[in-house]
Design a protein around this ligand. Structure first.
Ligand SMILES: Cc1cc2nc3c(=O)[nH]c(=O)nc-3n(C[C@H](O)[C@H](O)[C@H](O)COP(=O)(O)OP(=O)(O)OC[C@H]3O[C@@H](n4cnc5c(N)ncnc54)[C@H](O)[C@@H]3O)c2cc1C
Length: 602
């Protein structure tokens, strides 16, 4: 089996940089210690190696299909869901009382990364089940928890998130699915949902849809949306009966072909019953929990797919002879060809990928640590700080690994030359798979508006201030190492530039020019994300430098830390300067995309 992730890198992040096992000193995680966390990780690797990875190609070729009213998916899905349920990984976030494993988010990120790098289609089934079960656990009644959670955490029932409707994609304000109250407290549901991932298949005994709908007479807009559990089979007098929830079609996709995305119809015969989760009209607020978890999950997917392609292209570059080294004067046909890894351009493509993959997963780990601290700390200022940092960074964690991940995968395909474009090496599949990650769970455009339009000004700028303080702390520490001072200075300058651009853009918001304020939000996100990854590289550089200075390392460890420092330098030299161009654009007075501009598309 080819290498698709680096265990050494994950250990570096989990053990050295983020010291994940420290979180077990808090009472919430007192049932765990570093050994149990290792065991959890090992079982994820086992499932990834033996079930997920071997099925990845087959799931692409034998894609999910819909015929005669049924959706059929690859047989590996059954084995995988069972293994994930039995290992406790599906219930990783669930509480112990509800049959979950109550694992730290950092641990979930590490295991999710490995499993998704192995097979990003198969992890959709469990990711959605876990996310929807967590939503019931957080906001559902005891009855809903008792009815649904055990089978969901066991991998027997599939969970989904049902937001999108034909007229309501990015804008959920326009949801029209309806919910009519019934005398027993349940609701009659009617509507259409599209693109519902893992929305139906032969291996789930039941499908539990977490469904957004509008109660009759509810206010317009997002304030009138409620959340319901809408099962495919509902419990009635101790029996599971059909709930009039139908798959009426399947979407044929560019990638992630093993996961069905279905068109779901409810209430066509007037028989769909839904159960309200929490209070009426608060559905979108509740759903945000799942969406935020899912956004981090999509960030992991971007980084994980890019990881798979990076290691595939690295192996290929070490095996493929082509051309002669540029150091050889003149071209001599009798000189044997060199391996392509010896060409600077190929090295650049590999370093680019490595810097994106390892920078991204570090940022995701950072956010995961904030999530854990926000969870375990007693109510107070520190808890609020970590929650704000998590909320602030979530759009970046979703967007950078997926946008940059696509470029990374593209460069990986390029390393293979013509072979990359053909099906033989599997990288064209991953190139197709990663494309969705900047679209679902909020497109890049929407995430960028959330960062600039909402998070930057969140709590009067408190979240942004906390974030810049975190970056500052890293810069301060890096300045204590001679070898890192140059990079600390570069990060200082880039951070100041981000702050300058932020102030410039906020001035439009203050004048009420919202369109101008947000018109280039996506470019702002690109700039902000690149500087955030530079921060993570400097942080990794500190730990690598500390180990190198301490000495007494094995040859492998020395190579590993030197490679970290080299990749950090690469990111600062090749990627960070792109922020100057972005700043130039973002500070430019010329606006070409706003309504005030007469744009002619001919
Ligand atoms: C494979 C797949 C799986 C999916 N899985 C699920 C699922 O499980 N559950 C679920 O509920 N949904 C799911 N979705 C739906 C997905 O979340 C939406 O497709 C996505 O949110 C975008 O909505 P849309 O397709 O309607 O595009 P639109 O909202 O029409 O957007 C089209 C373009 O316009 C831009 N745009 C839209 N509004 C604005 C704005 N206000 N400002 C600036 N730009 C804007 C967008 O950024 C985008 O570039 C899935 C989609 C796919 C393709």
């Amino acid at each position: 089996m080819a290498k698709y992730y680096s265990l050494r890198n994950l250990r570096f992040l989990v053990r050295e940089v983020f010291q994940a096992s420290e979180i077990t000193k808090y009472p919430h995680f007192s049932h765990l210690d570093s050994e149990t966390l290792e065991m959890v990780f090992d079982s994820a690797v086992q499932i990834a190696d033996t079930i997920a990875y071997p099925a990845a190609e087959g799931m692409d070729k034998e894609q999910a299909e819909f015929a005669n009213g049924s959706v059929t998916v690859h047989p590996a899905v059954e084995k995988y869901m069972k293994a994930m349920g039995e290992s406790g990984l599906l219930g990783a976030a669930g509480s112990l009382e509800m049959g979950g494993s109550q694992l730290p988010v950092m641990s979930q990120t590490a295991t999710g990364f490995v499993l998704t790098a192995a097979n990003n289609s198969i992890t959709m089934f469990t990711g959605l089940t876990a996310g929807s079960a967590n939503l019931i656990a957080s906001f559902g009644s005891q009855e809903l928890k008792d009815t649904y959670l055990p089978n969901m955490y066991a991998g027997k029932w599939q969970g989904t998130m049902c937001l999108t409707e034909p007229q309501a994609g990015s804008s959920l304000h326009y949801i029209t699915s309806s919910a009519t109250p019934l005398a027993d407290g349940s609701y009659k549901i009617k509507g259409h949902k599209i693109y519902i991932s893992a929305g139906d298949h032969q291996f789930a005994e039941n499908i539990v849809h977490l469904y957004l709908a509008r109660i009759d007479g509810a206010p317009a807009g997002t304030k009138g949306i409620s959340l319901f559990v809408v099962p495919k089979k509902r419990l009635e007098n101790g029996q599971f009966v059909d709930n009039d929830v139908k798959t009426i079609g399947i979407f044929h996709k560019m990638g992630q072909k093993g996961t069905p995305a279905i068109h779901l119809e409810t209430g066509s015969n007037g028989g769909t019953i839904g159960y309200l989760v929490g209070e009426p009209h608060k559905g979108l607020t509740y759903m945000f929990q799942m969406m935020n978890e899912a956004r981090i999950g999509v960030g992991i997917t971007g980084a994980a797919i890019a990881s798979n392609v990076y290691y595939a292209s690295l192996q290929y570059a070490n095996e493929r002879p082509q051309g002669q080294k540029l150091t050889i004067k003149g071209q001599d046909p009798n000189t044997p060809q060199t391996l392509i890894i010896n060409h600077p351009d190929v090295k650049r493509m590999l370093l680019f990928q490595k810097s994106i993959v390892e920078g991204s997963i570090s940022l995701i780990m950072q956010a995961s640590k904030y999530a854990d601290l926000a969870h375990v700390l007693e109510a107070g200022e520190e808890k609020e700080k970590y929650q704000l940092l998590l909320d602030f960074l979530t759009p970046v964690v979703k967007t950078y690994p997926t946008e940059a991940g696509q470029h990374s995968v593209s460069q990986g395909v390029q390393v293979f030359g013509g072979g990359g474009y053909c099906t033989d090496f599997g990288v064209e599949r991953l190139y197709r798979d990663i494309r969705i990650t900047t679209i679902y769970e909020g497109t890049t455009g929407i995430q960028s508006q959330a960062l600039l339009g909402r998070n930057i000004v969140m709590k009067n700028g408190k979240a942004a201030m906390l974030y810049f303080q975190e970056v500052q702390n890293t810069i301060k520490e890096a300045n204590t190492y001679d070898a890192l001072k140059k990079y600390a200075q570069k990060l200082t300058e880039a951070t100041q530039l981000v702050q300058k651009v932020t102030q410039h853009l906020i001035s439009f918001a203050m004048k009420g020019e919202t369109e101008r304020f947000l018109s280039d939000a996506t470019l702002y996100m690109e700039m902000f994300g690149t500087v955030a990854i530079a921060w993570q590289w400097l942080l990794q550089g500190i730990y690598a430098q500390q180990s190198l200075l301490k000495g007494g390392l094995t040859e492998d460890d020395t190579t590993f830390y030197e490679s970290k420092i080299h990749t950090m330098k690469f990111f600062f030299a090749y990627e960070l300067p792109k922020t100057s161009y972005l700043a130039t654009r973002l500070l430019d007075d010329e606006v070409l995309t706003c309504e005030s501009e007469k744009v002619a598309f001919v």
